[in-house]
Design a protein around this ligand. Structure first.
Ligand SMILES: Nc1ncnc2c1ncn2[C@@H]1O[C@H](COP(=O)(O)OP(=O)(O)OP(=O)(O)O)[C@@H](O)[C@H]1O
Ligand SMILES: O=C(O)[C@H](O)COP(=O)(O)O
Length: 404
């Protein structure tokens, strides 16, 4: 890896600017953090910086969304987790933030305000433009070096991600390092056969991952479930009922039907979709072979009769990459497909999970420790697995080249 690591910095005294991704599900009415996985995952990096003055930069949500909020609760949650005081200041790089940093002692932790409160951070730009932003100039002036640990946001081209590493000596934090090295294993030396199980609603991402992984020989099989499977059915000319067809169109995935058709032309022998589906009839689960499903009902889950084939493929695989639920698991009647594919995947020699929904179900089932790696990234994990270099990785490589 051509990016710097924490250990490359030697002594960690001085002021560290630490970019994490504490973007988490929160209850907008109370600001309560509902899942602290990302806090737990970043905690070792905060701990590793305990001899420095640690200034934390992170975001929560995006402008206009209900959970776009200040970071007071985030600082409190981190404080509880690491067992050390974490100060919070409602400023990013203004006079108050600068004064707060100046008066810090070694061993202290300060969390700055939600960095997306600054309008520059929500813009997509290249590294050269990002270097010139007020945000990058202001933040970089407050610290001696930069630790980028925010793997979950490594696929975005925003100032703190692509700009700061271009103006400061920067290294990857422990989580970033772990994510990049574990996910790289999928691209290089995962035990075979490799099967990608892709569900959920992000059809464009899932098809791009499948295309790249099949073309590059990263995966042997792809199992599509969830809304992604619905698009594949349409590409095969199968009827999936009005509600599911309307959903595909309303999500803007018309073009993806063609993408799926192209994939099927080349790789039909390596692509599998469930041939039985579950729908809701009179309020309860009913199962049908796909070709006989009622056309006025929406597909809510894969059918149990498909499970033998899908779990068979999974259990014959050395590596499983699982991303996105197989059905509308939030409704208990339709969670079976998602749960059963998770149960089958946990037995693989090497198993990687991406995406917040899938990770949350796995935590709820209490089987997280049976997986080799549960990524903190949704979009970042899946983009990494397309083999594309993530903007954050590129920026850290640039930094290593420039400042070492
Ligand atoms: N057949 C289906 N019809 C409608 N919705 C579905 C279907 N299958 C799965 N879903 C929905 O997909 C949603 C999750 O998809 P999404 O792509 O966001 O998951 P993810 O991979 O965990 O990603 P992320 O963490 O980035 O949000 C769930 O809310 C689930 O209800
Ligand atoms: O949760 C995520 O995927 C990251 O924090 C990035 O958030 P974004 O999709 O709002 O850029």
């Amino acid at each position: 890896m051509k990016i710097g690591r924490l250990e490359d910095l030697g002594s960690l005294r001085g002021t560290a600017l630490l970019r994490v991704d504490f973007n988490s599900p929160i209850d907008p009415s109370s600001n309560m953090i509902l899942d602290d996985k990302r806090f737990r995952e970043h905690a070792p990096t905060v701990k590793a910086l305990e001899d420095s003055k640690c200034v934390i930069v992170t975001h929560q949500s995006r402008p206009m969304k209900k959970d776009f909020t200040n970071l007071r609760a985030h600082a409190e949650r981190l404080e509880r987790l690491i067992g050390r005081p974490v100060d919070y200041i409602d400023d990013i790089f203004g006079a108050c933030a600068r004064d707060a940093v100046k008066t810090m002692d070694y061993g202290e932790v300060l969390m700055l305000e939600n960095v997306r409160f600054n309008s520059e951070e929500v813009l997509t730009m290249d590294g050269e433009d990002a270097m010139k932003t007020h945000l990058v100039k202001g933040l970089s002036a407050m610290a001696d070096y930069y630790v980028f640990d925010a793997f979950g946001t490594a696929h975005r081209s925003q100032p703190t991600i692509v700009g700061l590493p271009r103006v400061m000596r920067s290294v990857a934090g422990l989580l970033m390092d772990k994510e990049v090295s574990t996910l790289s294993k999928v691209l290089t030396d995962a035990p075979g056969p490799v099967t990608f199980v892709l569900g959920g609603t992000k059809v464009d991402d899932s098809l791009a991952v499948a295309k790249n992984a099949l073309e590059a020989g990263i995966t042997d099989n792809v199992v599509f479930t969830g809304v992604v499977a619905n698009v594949v059915y349409l590409a095969e000319g199968k009827k999936i009922g009005k509600p599911s067809t309307d959903l595909v169109h309303s999500l803007g995935y018309d073009k993806e039907i063609e993408v799926a058709a192209e994939l099927l032309k080349k790789y039909s022998d390596r692509i599998v979709t469930p041939d039985h589906v579950a729908v809701k009839e009179d309020g309860v689960r009913a199962e049908y072979p796909l070709e006989n499903m009622p056309q006025d009902k929406g597909i809510m889950d894969l059918g149990i009769e498909s499970l033998a084939e899908l779990t068979g493929i999974i259990s014959n695989s050395g590596t499983i990459v699982l991303n996105g639920p197989a059905g509308v698991f939030e409704d208990e009647q339709f969670s079976a497909g998602t749960y059963e594919l998770i149960r089958a995947s946990e037995k693989a020699e090497f198993s990687v999970v991406g995406g917040g929904h899938t990770a949350a179900v796995i935590e709820k089932m209490g089987v997280a420790d049976r997986f080799s790696h549960i990524s903190t990234g949704g979009g970042a994990c899946i983009e990494f697995l397309t083999g594309k270099k993530l903007p954050a990785v590129e920026a850290l490589e640039y930094s290593k080249e420039k400042f070492w």
